[in-house]
Design a protein around this ligand. Structure first.
Ligand code: MG
Length: 390
């Protein structure tokens, strides 16, 4: 089912007084409009977007509206909000079953709120996010109270607001005919369609006045911090060394009795080399050759467990912890399983993590190619890293 998002950004934000439209102001280094657009670009239920901008901006839209992972059309807004939405609706594809409208000035709506609003519109025809009133509400005339409204029945309308296509068409036709409205849901309501309220979010603030910017900054910083805390990185590593006579065989820091050993500048421990590349790769810190070049006599016959230990401190300095590593060692001979636990212990110690966060599996190559003929031993590694910086 095709779902189109309309971002209403046609206003100039006159209450801000500045020269630039408020939707282009930065919050924590990122424009309000870009944040609101990203909510729908990243949303799995949304197929394409239409953004209504003031005419001068629509003629020269910011770069993040030009190259995006989903189709974005930009239209010039109208005099009233509903005119901007009507212009945007005109260019939506006829096979968009649901249209979800959002104010650019509400960059903090959650993806979950968008999902719930779309789902409710599919079921009921029209739906909006609404925040239950927490204050007592008075209806007045000339500052004299006429009545106190039952608070339980009061919801403060937010966006997103979502509509089945034909419902929005009716609503906008009514809006064109005359009726002025501050949101599309009230037009749908006046056009006689049922409109459902889904529970909105207190954090889904509308940036209307200059003083709202301070709160918006605080919200943006808090969520950026939460994102950083949750960030994970993955890295992959691979290594192969040739088996020759007259060298010791060292795998995962374990010296294994065998008639041949791996050839290399260091101890040629493919297990540690692959693991080292995986964790360096996860933080974009290059590879083992960059940090421990085989042209440097310092690393001649060095223990590769040391490389891994040093790489672990490089990734810690970058703010990451290794969560786990998983390795596949490809060796026709010798059998590796008797040594696997000792290798895991060595790697865990070098990485500063628990032994059960290190997995090593031995494989043969079924006699095929160089490793299968027993001429070399290879290793594949993946590592998951987590950033716990605040
Ligand atoms: Mg190597």
């Amino acid at each position: 089912m095709r779902v189109t998002a309309i971002i209403a950004a046609g206003g100039r934000g006159l209450r801000f007084g500045g020269l630039r439209p408020k939707q282009l102001l930065n919050i924590d280094g990122r424009p309000i409009l870009e944040r609101s657009v990203a909510l729908f670009l990243d949303h799995p239920d949304v197929d394409d977007l239409v953004v209504a901008l003031p005419a001068d901006l629509a003629a020269d839209p910011p770069p993040y509206l030009r190259a995006a992972p989903k189709p974005i059309r930009v239209v010039a807004g109208g005099v009233r909000r509903q005119d901007s939405v009507a212009n945007a609706f005109q260019v939506t594809s006829g096979d968009s079953v649901v249209v979800v409208i959002h104010d650019a000035a509400r960059p903090f709506a959650s993806a979950d709120l968008v999902s719930r609003t779309i789902a409710a519109a599919i079921e009921s025809g029209a739906a909006l996010a609404g925040l239950p009133a927490s204050d007592t509400v008075k209806r007045t005339d000339d500052r004299m109270v006429l009545e106190t409204l039952p608070r339980e029945s009061i919801y403060l309308a937010q966006t997103p607001q979502a509509f089945r296509r034909e419902v929005l068409r009716d609503a906008l036709a009514l809006g064109e005919a005359a009726a002025d409205a501050t949101d599309e849901a009230s037009l749908a309501e006046r056009a006689g369609h049922p409109v459902r309220v889904v529970e909105g979010e207190a954090g889904n603030i509308k940036i209307t006045r200059p003083e709202d910017l301070a709160m918006a900054e605080a919200i943006a910083r808090r969520s950026a911090k939460a994102e950083r805390r949750a960030s994970m990185r993955i890295g992959t590593g691979y290594d192969l060394h040739v088996l020759v006579e007259g060298r010791p065989l060292i795998l995962g820091g374990v010296r294994i009795a065998f008639e041949r050993g791996l050839l290399g500048h260091s101890d040629a421990d493919v297990v540690c080399h692959a693991a080292t590349d995986a964790i360096l790769g996860a933080v974009g810190a290059g590879d083992i050759g960059r940090h421990f070049p085989d042209t440097d006599p310092k690393w001649k016959d060095a223990s590769s467990v040391d490389f891994l230990r040093r790489a672990a401190s490089i990734v810690r300095e970058a703010g990451f912890e290794v969560s786990n590593v998983d390795l596949v060692v490809i060796a026709e001979r010798p059998k590796l399983w008797p040594f696997v636990d000792a290798m895991r212990t060595n790697l865990a110690e070098a990485l500063g993590i628990a032994t059960d966060a290190v997995s090593i599996k031995g494989k043969t190559n079924e006699g095929v190619d160089a490793t299968g003929r027993g001429e070399a031993i290879a290793c594949h590694a993946v590592a998951l890293l987590t950033n716990f910086q605040s």
